[in-house]
Design a protein around this ligand. Structure first.
Ligand code: GUN
Length: 291
């Protein structure tokens, strides 16, 4: 697991690849699925996705494909410009009632005419595999067991896999989305880290970055965290994804090449938190069968 590189006396960072951690999570998921299949239960989740949103379709296809490889079935419901909030609600109510469907995932964003908050509030909490209902968030805030957002779970899996300790650490969470920033802040707090939450209105973000021992960033601003922004030996967990015109592939929030010889650990993008997120979603589907 020690992938620290040393050359000519320069300490380069330990790169926190997601793949081995994702494989570990998936191994456990596979064992659970085998048991369910032996008992005649086929894990099955429903996905609601905006058909015209290219990125959403890419992400959903990745999730459905991974599920298929594992023996998990999926049912897709496509939302378009003509779909109403009532249409989506009635679909969710029907998914809630179906015994053969264990989880419901609403891939965001949905088209503008749809009332997203209304939709999410209709998901049966026992099928909330992406942890986006107020019920799930409430349980997370109270430190109770439940179904929580896969990306936030993925970061916690990564920290545990690489034995990164949180107790008493000064950690900075940049971004306050319901999918990543808020749930992850609560998880870090639950592990007794000293959590600072930053967002687009935070004053003097650089000072907060310099002060942090571990920085988590999930804002989708390509490569905005530079070497000069972080203290030497800091740990950087990059959860940002952006497409930059003229460049192939995704780019993270961290200017990876500039920080590489300066920080002690850093996640790459792609290949860091991303693969673990899909594995954690699969884990939540299996968990939802038991709830
Ligand atoms: N849109 C972008 N990322 C996510 C995610 O993790 N979950 C859901 N439901 N929608 C998303």
């Amino acid at each position: 697991m020690d992938n620290t590189k040393k050359s000519e006396g320069i300490n380069t960072s330990k790169i926190l690849y997601g793949k081995p951690c994702a494989e570990k999570v998936l191994l456990d998921v596979k064992k659970n699925i085998e048991k369910f299949l032996l008992n005649g239960v086929v894990p099955h989740f429903a996905v609601l996705v905006a058909k015209d949103d290219y990125a959403s379709m890419v992400y959903v296809n990745m999730k459905v494909q991974k599920a298929k490889e594992l023996g998990i079935s999926s049912t897709l419901y496509y939302v378009d410009q003509n779909t109403t909030t009532e249409d989506v609600v009635s679909e969710i109510v029907s998914f809630n009632q179906r015994k053969d469907i264990h989880g419901i995932l609403v891939q965001l964003p949905l088209p503008k005419q749809i009332d997203k908050d209304c939709i999410l509030s209709k998901i049966d909490p026992s099928k909330d595999i992406d942890g986006l209902t107020s019920f799930s968030m409430g349980r997370l805030a109270m430190g109770l067991n439940g179904l929580f957002p896969a990306t936030a779970e993925a970061v916690m899996e990564l920290l545990d896999f690489y034995q990164i300790k949180l107790l008493g650490k000064r950690v900075l969470m940049i971004g306050m989305s319901n999918i990543v920033g808020k749930p992850l802040s609560l998880m870090l707090l639950g592990r007794k880290a000293t959590v600072t939450c930053a967002h687009k209105d935070t004053k003097d973000l650089k000072r907060h970055c310099m002060d942090a021992e571990i920085i988590f960033t999930a804002v989708g601003k390509p490569e905005y965290i530079q070497k000069e922004w972080v203290s030497e030996g800091c740990i950087l967990i990059d959860i940002g994804y952006s497409r930059v015109e003229g460049r192939s592939g995704d780019v993270g929030d961290v200017d990876y090449n500039s920080v590489l010889d300066h920080v002690s650990m850093v996640t790459p993008v792609p290949g860091g938190v991303g693969p673990i997120t899909v594995a954690c979603l699969m884990k939540n589907i299996v968990k939802a069968i038991r709830i």
